[in-house]
Design a protein around this ligand. Structure first.
Ligand code: 3PG
Length: 360
C-alpha cells in the first residue's frame, strides 16, 4: 500500500481522487461531516504540492441522473473545508471522464460517479476514464468494499496510491495484529451483511464475546425459539447462526409487539461481561431503534458505560456515529472509523478488494 507521500512529483499531475462523500442528509441537513473531515488532510496535501485534484464520490445509490442524488447537494459542506472547489455538473463530468474537457483550476468535485456507470465494473470503461488522469488516489476506505471502477478497477490502469485516512483505517482496524482480546458489539438490521464477520469472529481465538443488538438480536432470538412477536428480522436469510461466543440476552423492550430496545437486565449483563475487560472492543450498529425516543435509552446507557472504561474502543457505521455525535460522546472513543460496510468487510476478511489488487 503506497501512501500519497510516495508520489515523486505532484506538480500539475491530474489526480483521480476517490473520496467517500456519501454522507447522510436528513431533509437537506447533514447528520455529520466526519467522512469529509477525515479526507481533508490528503486533499490539502495534494493541492499544496501543485496537483490538479478531481474529487470523485458516489452519493446514495441512483440508477440514473436525478437532482435528488446530485453531489451538488453536498457541495456546501465540502466548501466549508475547501471554499475554492468547483463543482463539475453532469455534462462537464461526462466530458472530463471521456477526455473531451479539462477545466482550468486546481480542485474540482465531480458529479455523482454512479450516474456514469461506476458500478458496472467494466474494464473498457475503466481504461477509458483512466486515460484522462495521471494518478489514482483512493481515500475512500468506507466505499472500498465495493469492486467498482472508482474504488477498485482504476488501479489496474493508473499508478495507485492511498490517502492518509485510508492507511490509518487499515492500521487501526488490523486489530488481530495487536494480540489482545477482542469483543465485538454488533447492531443494526441485516444479518446477511454481517453473517460472514460473525462466523469468522466465532472462529478467531482472540475474540472472547459477541454482543448482538437491534434486528440482529431479533434474528438470533427467533432462531433459538424466543417469541419475538411481530419484531422485524431478516426472514430471507436461511443460514444458522451458531450460539458460539454470543452473549445470551433475553431482556428486551417491546412496543406494539415489536422489540425496540435492550432491557435493563440485558444491559446489566453486558456491563458485568465488560467489567474487567482489557482488550479491544469493536462496535458497529445501534442496539435499539435509536431514531425514536425513548428507544434510544439502551444504546445511550451502553455508550455512557463504555466511555468510562479504559479499554480500547473502536466504533464505526453511519448510524452509530451520528447517534454518538448527537449525544456528544463520539470524541471519547479511541478510534472512529469512517466505514460502515467497509469496516465490517475489512474485519471479516482482513483485506479489501483493492488491497488484493495492489498487493499482487
Ligand atoms: C457507505 O455508506 O457504507 C459507503 O459509502 C458505501 O455505500 P454503498 O453501500 O452505496 O456502496
Amino acid at each position: 500500500m503506497k501512501s500519497v507521500l510516495e508520489i515523486k512529483n505532484l506538480k500539475d499531475k491530474k489526480i483521480f481522487l476517490r473520496v467517500d462523500f456519501n454522507i447522510t442528509l436528513l431533509g437537506n441537513k447533514a447528520t455529520d461531516l466526519y467522512r469529509i473531515k477525515e479526507s481533508q488532510e490528503t486533499i490539502k496535501y495534494l493541492v499544496k504540492n501543485g496537483a490538479k485534484v478531481f474529487l470523485v464520490s458516489h452519493f446514495q445509490d441512483p440508477e440514473k441522473f436525478s437532482k435528488k442524488f446530485s453531489l451538488d447537494r453536498i457541495l456546501k459542506y465540502v466548501k466549508k473545508f475547501f471554499p475554492y472547489i468547483e463543482f463539475l455538473d453532469f455534462k462537464k463530468t461526462n466530458d472530463l471522464l471521456n477526455g473531451r474537457f479539462t477545466p482550468v483550476g486546481k480542485i474540482f468535485l465531480l458529479e455523482n460517479i454512479r450516474f456514469f456507470g461506476d458500478k458496472e465494473n467494466d474494464l473498457e470503461k475503466a481504461k477509458n476514464w483512466s486515460k484522462n488522469f495521471d494518478i489514482y488516489v483512493n481515500e475512500a476506505f468506507s466505499a472500498s468494499h465495493r469492486e467498482h471502477i472508482s474504488t477498485y478497477l482504476l488501479s489496474k490502469f493508473l499508478p495507485t496510491y492511498f490517502g492518509f485516512n485510508f492507511i490509518k483505517e487499515v492500521k487501526n482496524l488490523s486489530i488481530w495484529e495487536r494480540g489482545k482480546d477482542i469483543i465485538l458489539v454488533l447492531g443494526g438490521s441485516k444479518i446477511s451483511t454481517k453473517y460472514q464477520l460473525l462466523k469468522n469472529f466465532q472462529k478467531e481465538k482472540l475474540v472472547k464475546k459477541i454482543i448482538l443488538g437491534g434486528a440482529l438480536l431479533n434474528f438470533y432470538l427467533k432462531q433459538i425459539g424466543f417469541d419475538i412477536k411481530k419484531s422485524y428480522y431478516d426472514k430471507d436469510f436461511k443460514e444458522i447462526l451458531s450460539p458460539e461466543k454470543i452473549l445470551y440476552l433475553d431482556d428486551v423492550v417491546f412496543f406494539k409487539e415489536k422489540i425496540v430496545d435492550l432491557g435493563k437486565d440485558s444491559l446489566k449483563k453486558i456491563e458485568e461481561e465488560l467489567k474487567d475487560f482489557k482488550g479491544i472492543l469493536v462496535w458497529n450498529g445501534p442496539l435499539g431503534v435509536v431514531e425514536k425516543k425513548p428507544f434510544d435509552e439502551g444504546t445511550k446507557r451502553f455508550a455512557k458505560f463504555l466511555v468510562k472504561k479504559k479499554f480500547f474502543k473502536i466504533v464505526g457505521g453511519g448510524d452509530t456515529i451520528s447517534f454518538l455525535n448527537k449525544i456528544r460522546l463520539l470524541k471519547k472513543f479511541n478510534y472512529v472509523s469512517t466505514g460502515g460496510g467497509a469496516m465490517l468487510y475489512f474485519l471479516a476478511h482482513r483485506t479489501l478488494p483493492i488491497l488484493n489488487l495492489v498487493r499482487k
